[in-house]
Design a protein around this ligand. Sequence first.
Ligand code: WT7
Length: 636
Amino acid sequence: MSQDDSIKVTSDGSEIYHPSDEVVSRATIKDYDSLYKRSIEDREGFWAEEAEKLSWYEKWDKVLDDSEKPFYKWFTGGKINIIQNAIDRHQDGAIADKTAIIWEGEPGDKRRFTYRQVNEEVSKFANILKDKGVKKGDIVTIYMPQVPELAFAMLACAKIGAAHSVVYGGFSAEALSQRINDAKCRVLITADGGWRRGKIIDLKAISNDAMSRSPSVEVCITIKRTEHEVSMQEGRDYWYHELHTEASAECETEVTDAEDMLFILYTSGTTGRPKALLHTHGGYSLYTSVTHKYVFDIKDNDIWWCAADPGWITGHSYIVYSPLINGTTVIMYEGAPNFPNPGRWWQMIAEYKVTILYTSPTAIRGLMRFGDKWPEKHDISSLRLLGSVGEPINPEAWKWYHRVIGNETCPIMDTWWQTETGGFMITPLPITPLKPGSATKPFFGIEIAVVDDNGNEVAVGEEGKLVLKAPWPGMARTIYGDDERFREVYWKDYEKQGWYKTGDSARIDSDGYVWIIGRIDDVIKVSGYRLGTAEIESALVSHDAVSEAAAIGLPHELKGNAIHTFVILREGLEGSDKLAEELGQHVRSEIGPIARPESIEFVDSLPKTRSGKIMRRVLKARALGEDEGDLSTLEE
Ligand code: WT7
């Protein structure tokens, strides 16, 4: 098939990109429909068959236990540790000497680790943690730049049956402290700093600040990265490299239950308090590895680059865990995509002969802005597949990614999923004919619907609420410490049907392709990051000058959405540019740079319902010059 034949226009005007014969002949899965049908008709059989390919200490008794809905359990009675699958089973045979991790720091320093070396590093780290009293079931907070030790720290926790709580290195001291306190962590792992756009992010200073508000921390282990002067507290703070020289490289992996906690990860929701989604060893090992293997058609010689941060679910699932379970070579990069110039990524792809690049629409749009000349300087023809995640990808960015980065031959896997789902839910496979901007169809074992408030499916092409109709192994088991909130947020709206509410709106076209429109709850996706309007509002009102605040997301060319805020000041105070600047800084220090509002508008009143709820939808419609809709409940 020539490249021109591969693009067709459908009756509704959308273009379809067909995979080349080469892509199809290479693909492991050649028939989506029949395997999908089988996976739905015999869901448990399908997952059991996939689970057989993992290594278990003891086989499960039951594939799915749904006796306590919505607290589903998978592979109950089974004994498995994700480390046994990601590391231990790779220690025999040729794969032990295969490169597991290729790392590059922003300043250009390089490190490589084989599967054998990863095992040694993780075992040492595990022994260090044990020595500091970390036990099975404990939660360890990790606040680090993207260095190999971040992955080793996560893996070391898992190895000894402790859970990790990784807090993204872009969060502020306040946000870090809040998360440490919520999980009552005793141990914090951090670094002196990390490199970002040529500057040091002073992570140890932020950690120190956070620890001053987090009395539960008794031990802080610091990795030396930037080597600048930091302050260490005797009796609490330890240098990792000092502990490392004394640690043994041998450590037994803890035999954990399939349903034992592997990690918690905080994400934003509709209240000011972030929630910790809890994932487990068994189902998560299975779901992430199967999605990675089938969607990206992973082969032994692939060089896989998921250009996310391990501080988010994308990094947990597709930098650290699934690639290692699948025995893949992973790229990790510490810094900014445009440092020291916008060719950095393309240069790295050429140097390491990366075969698959998985990134976000924001990153693609950001690099597209600098023009074709940057990728053209480098030979990036090793690429065979591309991926996108985090927000809807606009067709313009899709086409640029396809044409300039993918040389019109690499299919783009636009994967829709969430922190809560653990892995890809709606996604193409390499063989799927693609429509730019559509995440295409549900993955195996996944049943979806687009419905109205009563749970009735909306008509073809109509917008509605996206729900997931059946459980899957990678699903979050609960919100750590708050089962009731878990039930309330995800399961209450469609309790009768037993469906999971995603919080997204979508439509399904006449070919069964899913088009994600965006969040319909009070969550804003900014550059793919997830932020709650309530979080931003409560950061604003925690400032002395502010009496009330409202935050909304408005479309932004580069970021997808940007945060716009409306602030009512306290009696007698006057809004000014200076105050707006100060409030912006305040939000930054409460949450982190990603939460800093694009605009702060001082207003005298906010549209509210009679019960006092801010009607953000009205603010949004006004800002966009759209119809304000039903105003019958509006009070002010
Ligand atoms: C929300 C989940 C899951 C990894 C990163 C984000 C949006 C995610 C897509 C996509 C359109 C997407 C949704 C979802 N989203 N992927 N391919 N197309 N929207 O995880 O931070 O938990 O955010 O991101 O709105 O609900 P997250």
